[in-house]
Ligand binder design. Structure first.
Ligand SMILES: [Zn+2]
Length: 512
């Protein structure tokens, strides 16, 4: 199987039809009801892996020279024949099987006395022995014996190399750590979804050492693996392309030629994967940023961000702006999107919520992005937004405390989730107004006042709702009344109004 020439990617057309295509077919039938709208893999983490495969493929073979060059394909997508020709140069590097180099698999492992593992271990959420005992396997059905078809096998392989969690001594985490967050610009067709996330060549080249041009500098499986027990691999050791084609795990799939049913997609297959060779110390990456992942600096190291709770506007600043002193940065693609002046854009955020080496769940969320061109105004805008988010977080804290007091029980998760969700639409409405205010050099005070009123109203509404819920049963009315009064005082108090929102003591705001 060849990952450029063969049809292995499940997609959905505009008319609802689900088909499998080869990568070069992504632009087929654009403008008709058969155009390809989205990926349609059997698992959401496979969709996450395949979209990064496709972005990586375009980034590696078709990076635009600059904004105007990028815009040409954005407005007039290339034909599938044109794409096929572009991908031709790397067909040999994308063989999944065969005796030579194989896509994302170790070249020499068979000579080095490897361990043979069962294929379910390629799935990140497959429970290890400890998890089985504790019954904490989250989203894979237990099965005694698992067979994967080649299509599911390759998606599991990519997902593992991209997200590789800590796997015990010598089993290294991925280039961005275990289960990183990925932020993508959203497009309304598969083509746009890919092309919106491809950087200009110069920007991409700046991410590693573009003069390193041996095949194995781009695709680490094209030579002997640069092993992590003897080498640390930094941006100086790799071509930027390797950021998309990283190989922290030494894996080589074992193919069986016989009829079987795939345990993931349920399709009949003539060749299947039941086991794979495995060995410790794949490539150990350090200080390598990824174009699609926000980063932060810790002890002079550049680290990728990971998401530990549901995606919501609380993280807007972190994913769109970072901070003003450069310690926290959005993914490079977000900065690029700002320079491309695309109207009305949204960002999709996804990844695993990892608890050390175990995934708690897969999360996905979409948020609007609003940019301002002028650098000073952009900074001002983000400072105002940080204030609004900080105020919301404080209101959420007061609310959680009050509900817990009223019910004499800890319900922090439910309160937190409801509060962020229910204040979200107003947040996006206000930051759209705020953009206009900032551009007109206004102070944003009106927005802050409106936002404060909204937080108070929502806080009290959620409190009422939760403290009177019939599901709670025995409610102590006096305790509820005390908690309510305290919440009102806190929401209208100095801390929120003056210390955080910086509102002046005037206009009927009662400050306790
Ligand atoms: Zn399958």
């Amino acid at each position: 199987m060849n990952l450029i020439n063969d049809a292995w990617i499940s997609v959905r057309r505009k008319n609802g039809e689900k088909i499998k295509i080869a990568p070069w077919q992504i632009t087929e039938a654009i403008g008709t009801d058969k155009e390809i709208i989205e990926l349609a893999a059997v698992r959401p983490d496979f969709n996450g892996a395949v979209i990064q495969f496709l972005i990586g493929l375009l980034q590696t073979t078709c990076a635009p020279k600059g904004n105007s060059d990028w815009r040409v394909w954005f407005n007039n997508p290339p034909s599938s024949t044109e794409l096929k020709n572009k991908f031709e140069s790397i067909v040999l590097e994308f063989n999944l099987d065969g005796t030579g180099p194989r896509f994302m698999q170790d070249l020499t492992i068979e000579k080095e006395d490897p361990k043979v593992e069962t294929v379910e271990r390629l799935l990140i959420d497959w429970p290890g022995e400890a998890a089985l005992k504790k019954n904490t396997d989250f989203f894979v059905k237990r099965n005694h014996r698992v067979n994967l078809c080649l299509t599911c096998g390759v998606q599991a392989l990519i997902a593992m190399q991209l997200n590789s969690p800590e796997g015990g001594r010598g089993f290294l985490t991925g280039l961005r750590g275990g289960g990183p967050v990925t932020t993508l610009i959203v497009g309304d067709t598969l083509w746009k979804m890919i092309w919106l996330n491809v950087l200009d060549i110069n920007e991409f080249n700046s991410m590693a050492c573009f003069t390193k041009n041996d095949k194995k500098d781009l695709f680490p499986w094209m030579g002997e693996t640069r092993k992590g027990n003897t080498h640390i691999t930094t941006t100086q050791d790799i071509n930027p392309a390797q950021i998309y084609w990283s190989m922290p795990r030494r894996i080589r799939l074992i193919f069986k030629h016989s009829e079987s049913i795939c345990n993931l997609c349920g399709e009949k297959t003539e060749i299947f994967i039941e086991t794979f060779y495995s060995k410790t110390y794949g490539v150990k990456y350090k200080n390598v940023a990824h174009p699609l992942t926000p980063t932060y600096v810790k002890d002079n190291d550049i680290l990728s961000k990971h998401q530990r709770e549901a995606v919501g506007y609380k993280f807007w600043s972190s994913y769109v702006y970072g901070d003003s002193d450069g310690q926290s940065n959005p993914a490079k693609i977000i900065k690029t999107a700002r320079g491309r002046h695309i109207d009305d854009i949204r960002m999709c955020i996804f990844g695993y919520n990892m608890n050390s080496n175990k995934p708690k769940c897969w999360y996905e969320g979409v948020m609007p992005i609003i940019f301002i061109d002028n650098e000073t105004q952009w900074k001002h805008y983000n400072a105002e937004i940080a204030m609004l988010i900080c105020a919301a977080d404080m209101a959420r804290y007061f609310l959680s405390k009050a509900v817990a007091k009223a019910l004499n029980a800890g319900v922090f998760n439910t309160v937190r989730q409801r509060f962020w969700q229910e204040t979200e639409p107003e947040f996006y409405r206000q930051i759209a107004f705020l953009r206009e205010e900032v551009i007109q050099e206004k102070d944003g005070l009106d927005i802050r006042r409106t936002w404060h009123k909204h937080l108070v109203a929502k806080g009290l509404e959620i409190f009422d709702d939760m403290s009177q819920s019939e599901m709670i049963g025995d409610v102590n009315a006096e305790r509820v009344a005390r908690a309510y009064n305290e919440l009102r005082r806190n929401l209208n108090g100095k801390k929120l109004i003056i210390d955080i929102l910086g509102l002046p003591k005037e206009g009927g705001i009662r400050v306790s």
